[in-house]
Design a protein around this ligand. Structure first.
Ligand code: IPM
Ligand code: MG
Length: 360
């Protein structure tokens, strides 16, 4: 199979981790007889430095023409980087929001899994973590507060900022359908998270989710208020399977869920539209403090590449091979600094990528 993959190395540790993922993918191509063609595009600070904008129209066109996109991370230190002296629409993050919208990537899948081998890094009490957990946060990614109208005005000498939270039923329905489809392939439970005791957008969300649920009688659906969900994620994470929620709540809850696993450097993510196309990226950020020092953990990006093979190309065997190689490396006791524990062997980004590649 010929796979046309666009890569966005991006900023901070992005280039290092993407380079390790490419190494792994090239090994998969060799072993399973595929041809992978990689084309890099600039986004975020890297694009600002060259083009003055965080994402050019040409870069979007290149991404659109690909079968899938593999991204590292974008953005810099918001306190010190000159990128954050620019107006908001010219900063690195604007590139990410623009590509999500341009490619219609409305469904963001963020798995939060407790790895057996890394259970010691889980910050929860042992009696809670002992149950293990495997949560899939499904975050709506192209609507809500992120894309509503916003402005800052001055009225009678008082500055006032306005952001708007809008959802129409079609936007809710399409993500709900994806959520139920995926829940059906997992443990058949879907928790829809909203703030229906306050927000109209949440009341519509809940109503539409209930309508869609009628088509999936085999999936157990429950509704949970977002503040309660934040609490339940640390109190009893094992209760969750698929957590379906809107953009802003999903942004916050997915960070919480990933932290609760104790190994954010391990977590992949996928952003999908209504075709096979997707953008895959680690759940963590660009970690500018350790960039270029060969200290980053490339595993989340490597597992994102595995998700890409699985969801965009239906190459389950190849994806399984990557997941198994990652598991094996952990069992063999290799760790990057972020997941290091006593008795293990500490390795850098490149060595970790190499060790995984060797095991495929
Ligand atoms: C994420 C990030 C982005 C978001 C930022 C960088 C705009 O936090 O992917 O979760 O808020 O969506
Ligand atoms: Mg976030």
């Amino acid at each position: 199979m010929r796979l046309n993959i666009v890569c966005i190395p991006g900023d901070g540790i992005g280039p290092e981790i993407v380079s390790e993922a490419k190494k792994v993918l090239n090994r998969v191509a060799e072993k399973f007889g595929h041809e992978m063609v990689f084309t890099d595009i600039l986004m975020g600070g890297a694009s600002i430095d060259v083009h003055g904008v965080p994402l050019t129209d040409e870069a979007i066109a290149t991404a659109k023409a690909a079968d899938a996109v593999l991204m590292g991370s974008i953005g810099g230190d918001t306190n010190t980087s000159p990128w954050y002296q620019l107006p908001p629409e010219k900063r690195p993050e604007a590139g990410l929001l623009k590509i999500r919208k341009a490619l219609n990537l409305f469904a963001n899948l963020r798995p939060a899994v407790l790895y057996e081998e890394l259970a010691a890094a889980c910050p929860l009490k042992e009696e809670i973590s002992a149950a293990g957990f495997d949560i899939l946060i499904m975050r709506e990614l192209t609507g809500g507060l992120y894309f509503g109208e916003r402005k800052t005005v001055e009225e009678n000498g008082v500055r006032k900022a306005i952001d708007t939270l809008t959802y129409d039923e079609n936007e809710i329905r399409r993500i709900a359908i994806k959520g139920f489809d995926i829940a059906r392939k997992r443990k058949k439970k879907l928790t829809s998270v909203d703030k229906a005791n306050v927000l109209d957008s949440s009341r519509l969300w809940r109503a539409v989710v209930n309508e869609v649920a009628k088509e999936y009688p085999d999936v157990k659906v429950e509704h949970m208020l977002v503040d309660n969900c934040a609490m339940q994620l640390v109190k009893d994470p094992a209760q969750f399977d698929v957590v379906l929620t809107e953009n802003m709540f999903g942004d916050i809850l997915s960070d919480e869920a990933s932290m609760v696993t104790g190994s954010i450097g391990m977590l992949a993510s996928a952003s999908l539209n209504d075709t096979k196309f997707g953008l895959y990226e680690p759940s963590h950020g660009s970690a500018p403090d350790i960039a270029g020092k060969d200290l980053a953990n490339p595993i989340a990006t490597i597992l994102s590449a595995s998700m890409m093979l699985r969801y965009s190309f239906d190459l389950d065997q190849e994806a399984d091979a990557i997941d198994a190689a990652v598991k094996k490396v952990l069992q063999d006791g290799y760790r990057t600094g972020d997941i290091m524990s006593e008795g293990c062997k500490k390795v850098g980004c490149k060595e970790m990528g190499g060790l995984i590649t060797e095991r495929i």
